[in-house]
Design a protein around this ligand. Structure first.
Ligand code: ZN
Length: 459
């Protein structure tokens, strides 16, 4: 058996790990690269093996950086099953169709505006490709063994982070690989703490998004309340770019709690301008048994929230002036309706823009939270005079201590740990802690590196 690191090897996006044994190939995750242009360009490069030679995909969870390249894989000829948990399948439908729509819209806009260097600008994939990918999904219950391909065994273990998110155990004969996917935190707003993986691993792949950081002890709910109150006092609006899936539901929960506690005005209008977030909230409702939330709180997530549906309503809202809270996606302001609101609100110092959670370096969100005073939106430069705040503690990722706590629950020390899904500093910091504190051999893979399991250190 061997594994090749095709993505998320030196960065936090493009998660893709190809496991091969005796001519059979299983891909763990099939994520899109996001952030810097040099990373995004990797989405256009061919895989190391032709897509039709991959036999199956196992998806850890539905986030775009783990699932978003699936329609491209299918476009290029992949016809095998895509295994994942039932909730991941439901969320992936919303995420992949939206991503495909954005790809198509961006290509159309670039052609109209003439700012693409390619003529005509082509989408990476289309809505039709996403629909074909979705038809290949095979949802499977968590906690029990299944055969992703004949002769192999796999198992999904819930790890918090996002509705449906799981670690993946994969074995063929004597060889055992465990992939953490993205690990949630023990004190997540919506999801229960990560569960222990019951299977041992020769090779363990662990994410390291927060591998060099600890979540600040500050209270995100309290800080958000303060920002909303002071923005309202100066007559401005608070724009919160949010992922439609997961983050939007956590923000709704926090806003409802602030409202109930009287910490924000009961009559302050809250807008949810994201049809995708509304769809995702319905999926959270359908899978509410998986949440760490009382039925009463789950039911009231959208109570009193003004749901913005059509593009015309969204345009009208972007002309709104005066106190309001606007939740809109995408979460790193890389596209979607939030751009309209960002262009309208950013130039006025009365307003506030709050980025909750991790912002990929190079994304608009990443640039703004590191102090950019102007951003380019659809070919135009927009001055940023609004108050910009980064509420990092809104993260749905385990911090470095959380990752180590989860590693300690493994039934046996792995022969080798490969630290993936982290910026170089974060990955290396986690690598050092794993070696020093757990005494396990740990390494950060090179992008494209092939690692035969026979080369692993003996146990
Ligand atoms: Zn994730």
């Amino acid at each position: 058996m061997q594994i090749q690191f095709l993505g998320a090897a030196d960065c936090v996006t493009g998660s893709k790990h190809l496991v091969q044994c005796n001519g059979t190939r299983v891909l763990l995750d099939c994520g899109m690269f996001q952030g810097w242009k040099t990373l995004r360009q990797r989405n256009w490069a061919p895989l190391s093996v032709p897509s039709h030679e991959i036999d199956a995909v196992i998806l850890s969870h539905a986030h775009l950086d783990h699932s978003g390249w699936l329609p491209a894989l299918v476009r290029q000829g992949f016809r095998g099953p895509i295994w994942c948990s039932p909730a991941t399948r439901d969320l992936a439908e919303v995420i992949l169709l939206d991503a495909a729509k954005l790809q198509e819209e961006d290509a159309r806009r670039a052609n109209r505006g003439g700012w693409s260097r390619h003529t005509p600008a082509l989408p990476l994939y289309t809505v039709r490709d996403a629909q074909r990918a979705l038809a290949q999904f095979r949802p499977v219950g968590t906690g029990r063994a299944f055969a992703p391909v004949s002769g192999w065994e796999a198992r999904l273990t819930p790890v918090g982070h996002l509705l449906g998110a799981c670690a993946v155990s994969l074995s063929e004969g004597q060889h055992q690989v465990v992939f953490s996917g993205d690990l949630g935190r023990a004190d997540d707003l919506l999801m229960p703490a990560p569960q222990a993986v019951p299977t041992p691993a020769d090779l363990l792949l662990v994410e390291s998004t927060y591998g060099d950081r600890l979540h600040p002890p500050d209270d995100a709910q309290q800080r958000l309340g303060e920002i909303i109150r002071r923005t309202q006092r100066r007559g401005g609006s608070v724009l919160i770019p949010t992922f439609a899936v997961g983050r939007a539901q956590a923000l709704l929960l926090v806003l409802q709690r602030l409202r109930r506690a009287g910490e924000i005005a009961a009559d302050l209008p809250i807008y949810l301008d994201s049809p995708m977030a509304q769809e995702a909230t319905a999926i959270y409702h359908a899978h509410r048994g998986l949440l760490a939330l009382s039925a009463a709180e789950e039911r009231t997530l959208c109570e009193g929230v003004r749901l913005v549906s059509t593009p015309a309503e969204s345009l009208k809202l972007s002309r709104h002036r005066g106190p309001a809270v606007i939740l809109s996606s995408s979460g790193m302001a890389t596209g979607g309706r939030v751009l309209l609101h960002l262009a309208a609100l950013a130039p006025n110092p009365r307003n506030a823009v709050v980025f909750p959670g991790y912002q990929v370096p190079g994304s608009r969100g990443g640039k703004l939270v590191t102090g950019a005073r102007e951003v380019k939106i659809q070919g135009q430069y927009v001055a940023v005079k609004a108050e910009v705040t980064h509420l990092e503690s809104f993260s749905s990722h385990a911090d470095a201590n959380g990752i180590l706590d989860w590693l300690r629950t493994l039934p046996q020390a792995p022969r080798q740990v490969m630290v993936v899904h982290g910026d170089p500093a974060a990955a290396d910091c986690l690598r050092t802690r794993i070696e020093d504190e757990l005494g396990w051999p740990a390494r950060v893979p090179q992008p494209g590196e092939v690692l035969p399991l026979k080369d692993l250190p003996a146990r």
